[in-house]
Design a protein around this ligand. Structure first.
Ligand code: ADP
Ligand code: MG
Length: 463
């Protein structure tokens, strides 16, 4: 039986907000991490995608935060603008009966408005690293009063692309701060690296049968070659009839290409990548959130954190090269107790990456029938002796099962009541979790060192 929020003795203003947004029981990560955070501990929290990590760090902060200072007491950093905006929204929702001032800072838009909000006094800042550091350097954002520093998608925030920025922020925030790291994935090297930013952290982990959320059913479709992918994708969209689908591609250039090809067959499709202007990015996400766009083609810029309840299907048009990216991508579906389907298209070139994903997760995905079979090309299905090993049936299942929303999904009363999903073949114990992924790390400096600022910049980095 999951804990009720009332057992944490939150202020009445918070309890009222929780009631209004429809959270009654804690999800497991909330239950396990809110106590230690309230008690003042540094903490790393790891739990599957869509399991309520945002509220797990926001609620204890909001409980303790004294509103009304000039400089922020709480800072939350997220890797993309869309995620920062989403987290800020959740903070506003949960603090709606408190006087807490939440400001979201992110790049791609003028400094003026965000600057004025900061100057007016702020309690909680949510932001992407680039803009946050710009403001910190210009002293519109002083970090000297920071009591809580949260890295959402922490493994991403501490990887090569962002580590210098994080060192800078850590160096400006007081040593006495509480540092909170949350993610669905924590490669060992990031765990090791994070130790130096934290003070005797409590590690909280919600056991999950696989790294991927338990209620996502995963399939791999073998296709003969790249040109077959689009045909296979169209066919799958027809068969699966997703309520909403998010399609991941490898490069930003390819987002528009794939979107155009789908559009030609009459689909209402949008695309998102860092090639779009910020205004357009927001427009696209807004329309997708509203359910006005059914199909969105995107890069990994949409891969982390986004919580859009209508996404019943995630497609990987390409197999991601880092298995952790796979976990986050497919985690855009199957959130808050709902079920979802993840379908990955695998060309011969993709096969080593599929292998890596399966090894990392310790699962063997069920093989579905790709269009390669229709075109007569040789496919993995044709050759693989294991092709029917995972689910018996071999061919892909009709999509009926698992779609739709079980009672108690978003806004329902059982955020933590995520029963085992029927038809999930991905339950084997995780395999090489924590194995190093790619590349080396620059040695981060410890807390209190003066970082050298935003030297490095990752490819898809958002500011
Ligand atoms: P994560 O960060 O773990 O991927 P989120 O914090 O984005 O997950 O939450 C996923 C969804 O679950 C959101 O739609 C959120 O509103 C919902 N949610 C969070 N906590 C609860 C709860 N206690 N009860 C019901 N729904 C919840
Ligand atoms: Mg999250």
């Amino acid at each position: 039986m999951a804990k009720k929020f009332s057992e944490f003795s939150f202020r009445p203003e918070i309890m009222r907000a929780l009631e209004e947004v429809g959270y009654s029981e804690c999800t497991p990560i909330q239950e396990k991490s809110m106590g230690p955070i309230l008690a003042g501990h540094d903490l790393t929290g790891m739990a599957e995608t869509g399991s309520g990590k945002t509220a797990a760090f926001l609620l204890p902060i909001l409980e303790t935060l004294q509103a009304g200072g000039d400089d922020p007491r709480a800072v939350v950093i997220a890797p993309t603008r869309e995620l920062a905006q989403q987290v800020a929204k959740e903070a506003e929702r949960l603090s709606r009966h408190l006087d807490v001032r939440v400001v979201c800072v992110y790049g791609g838009t003028g400094l003026g408005e965000q600057k004025n909000l900061l100057l007016a006094g702020v309690d909680l800042v949510v932001g992407t690293p680039g803009r946050l550091i710009d403001f910190a350097r210009q002293t519109y954002l002083r970090l000297s009063k920071v009591r809580w520093l949260v890295l959402d998608e922490a493994d991403r925030m501490l990887d090569m692309g962002f580590i210098k920025d994080m060192e800078y922020v850590m160096s400006k925030a007081p040593m006495s701060r509480q540092t909170l790291l949350f993610s669905a994935t924590f490669p060992q090297e990031i765990r090791d690296l994070s130790a130096q930013f934290m003070n005797e952290p409590v590690h909280v982990e919600v056991e999950s049968p696989s790294l991927t959320a338990r209620n996502i059913t995963q399939f791999a479709f073998m296709v003969a070659g790249a040109p077959d992918k689009i045909r296979c994708l169209k066919e799958l969209l027809r068969k699966e009839k997703p309520e909403q689908a998010l399609i991941f591609v490898a490069t930003r250039e390819r987002t528009a290409e794939v979107a155009d090809m789908l559009r030609r067959s009459g689909e209402a499709v949008a695309s998102i990548s860092s090639l779009l202007s910020q205004v357009n990015r927001e427009r696209v996400i807004h329309s997708f959130r509203q359910g006005k766009t059914r199909i969105l083609v995107g890069t990994d810029v949409a891969g982390r954190g986004l919580d859009i309840s209508g996404i019943t299907h995630v497609f990987n048009f390409d197999v991601p090269h880092d298995p952790n990216d796979y976990v986050h991508r497919v985690g855009r579906t199957g959130r808050a107790g709902r079920t979802g389907r993840a379908l990955t298209l695998v060309s011969p070139q993709d096969r080593p990456y599929l292998k890596a994903v399966e090894a990392h997760l310790g699962i063997k995905m069920e093989r579905g029938e790709g269009s390669g079979a229709e075109t007569g090309g040789e496919t993995e299905r044709d050759r693989s002796p294991r092709r029917r090993s995972a689910g018996g049936g071999g061919g892909h299942r009709p999509s009926g099962a698992g779609r739709g929303r079980p009672a108690g999904g978003r806004g329902g009363s059982s955020g933590s009541g995520r029963g085992s999903a029927p038809g999930n073949d991905n339950r084997r114990r995780r395999g090489s979790r924590g194995a190093p992924t790619q590349g080396g790390r620059s040695g981060g400096r410890g807390r209190g060192s003066s970082g050298s600022g935003k030297g490095s910049s990752g490819g898809s980095k958002s500011s």
